[in-house]
Design a binder for this molecule. Sequence first.
Ligand SMILES: [Zn+2]
Length: 272
Amino acid sequence: MNKVYICFPGGKAKALTMSYDDGKEEDRRLIDIFDANGIKGTFNLNFGLMDNAKYVDGHPRIEKEDVREVYKNHEVATHCFTHPTIERCPLTEVAYEIIEDRKGLEELTGKLVRGHAYPNGSYSEEIKTLFKQLGIAYARTVNSTQGYGLPTDPLEWNPTTHHRNPELMNMAEYFVNFKKAQYLKLMYVWGHSYEFAMQNNWEVIEKFCEYMGHKDDIWYATNIQIIDYMDAARSLKFSADSSFVYNPSALTVCIDVNGKFVEIGAGETKSL
Ligand SMILES: [Zn+2]
């Protein structure tokens, strides 16, 4: 009987993802730091607040015509059309907030927009159900776990930590030095890029990214890449004795078979 473990792409057991909200101008500098270190992030934007002439508050937002170029290496996700505290709103209004944001962001990026970060961390069971029905595959909360697990409920995806946590570099060290592969581990960091400008502490994220970047055993992924990959991994169909497997998904999935790394291509049936 083969011993099979699901791996991240490349046979890795660790992943890092970043999630930054509100789409302010400071995202440009943050993205330069991510790109220099091979790190991937998800940026949660409010399509209805991008008119800077009306809404500017000292931290202007990325202009609509720049969104596609600025975020081209990363994921753009929803953060509601106008950033309301949605738990207090009628559900029809919440539906409008998500659909209008999706429509606008999909037009700007030319890509599917299926992710979300709850504005002000606000959500409910009803909202989770509604979002799923409106094509949202996952939604991030503001409840840091200090842990490194994959989400058990993607519509209530609790991050590892905000970047302002004084333990950030200790957590990064723990993650980088963790070498056991019995569990898939994920470090998930969130925040707002304008916090670095307000606190004048860009070195916090520069240090973190320089330390975490370009590691051979870490998969650098956007939020939706992790969700889609784990869905594909879960969809693998194994024979009863694990001697062969069928991958019905559109993604290559990596597994470990008796300690050996094996890739199952999209649509492929493979002997193990
Ligand atoms: Zn926000």
